[in-house]
Write a new protein. Sequence first.
Length: 508
Amino acid sequence: MNARIDSSRGERKCLDGRFQILVSLLMVTLWWSGCNFAPKYNRPSVQTPAAFKEMEGWARAQPKDHEIRGKWWEVFNDPELNALEEQVTISNQNVAAAVANFAAARAIVRQARSQYFPTATMGPSVTRSKTSATGTTSFASSFSTNGSSGRAFTLYALPFDATWDPDFWGGIRNTVKADIAAAQSSAAILENVKLTNQVAMAAVYFELRGQDALKEILDSAVVSFQKTLDLTKALFTTGINSDVNVALAETQLQTTVAQATSLGVQRAQFEHAIALLIGKPASTFSVPARPLKASPPAIPVGVPSQLLERRPDIAAAERIVAQANAQIGVARAAYFPTITLTASSGFQSVTTANLLTGPSAVWSIGAAMAETLFDAGRRAAVTQQAWATYNLTVADYRQTVLTAFVNVEDNLAALRILSQQLQQQEVAVKSAERSLALTIYGYKTGINSYLNVLTAQTALLNNQETAMTIRIQQMTASVQLINALGGGWKVSELPSAGQATKKTAPAP
């Protein structure tokens, strides 16, 4: 009796020891599983000036215009432009492609998150077999009804299997983080594509309106030159003028008519570009002629540090850095063993009548661990590659920020200088108008020759065209400044981790 008790105590101690070892191993595993092998992420630092250099002398916006709104093009107060911009978001094919890329990125996040959970499978099967009559097969004898072998039988099976790789080392967790960051970057790229095409629309629209304005200037010059030709012919018939002056007047008139006609080439190209931006065939799209009358609006610029929150391309670059940071954790997790838990259950029987009964039930459960003992430095190389990729993305991010500062400074300088140039050019236009009026008066009275009139008319036309070209450049620079400031976008509009995994409706 005592021997039996001692034996029971020994078995209990052995079991307790094994249990303690198991608990210890479990605690160590759980402790390691709480570790994150990715470096702590912080947005890369970048040197940010306190103010834009070219802001000196800039006309600041009113307090009510402290920031650019979402539909930034409305600051130009052009209903036709507003209607075209609305179509860009809906019908532009570049935007449609970016939307699809974002949807694919969100699907990748869902794929990565699925690794958190076990995989369950079911594999029903029916197998017809015959065993050897002369061999020794325990499997055959187990299904033999009369103890003989060599008989054919049918085996019905209904197995259910499950496998699970617990994320002890954070490999899956960091993969999900990386994919979420990639999806957020894709969302920022989508917004940048929208902004890029919206900006292209506004720029092309003002270029087209500028061509209409130049056409109006040339048409007006044609009318003026026709009157001068008529006057020259009248003076020629009276013997006051020579046939040479008539030929010069005709040459000037026809040259200007040809210039007006040539504007149609660029206008048609701008019109086709607008059709492309709104996703319509150029053959079925047209824009009625209307000269440019708009002036550059007051645009709130803010301070350089705000660009980090307002430009979608900067946000996209920053999320790529976060993705690369998480990938370092994925590479480090490869140094630790892979643990796989498996479970299987189901039914097997040689008859369908007994398939779903208790005696036909089968099951198994197990765990496996796999660790790489030698890989010739492959994992170390992968980790080094992950770090190099991270450093690359940091450099790209900083370059994107610096480029953004340059974009703003360039367009601030352009608007400031163009404003001064336009003021000077308008003075030149008024002087040319006055000179032409005096020259024609003198020509009519015989004081001036036709060459003086020709010179004055050419000077006025050239100055008018230059003034309009400057106005077009002003409008384009205004659009590009809004683009450089990020339009009306904010980094807070990036999708959260939960939104990045949201399912999207399939395309029709």
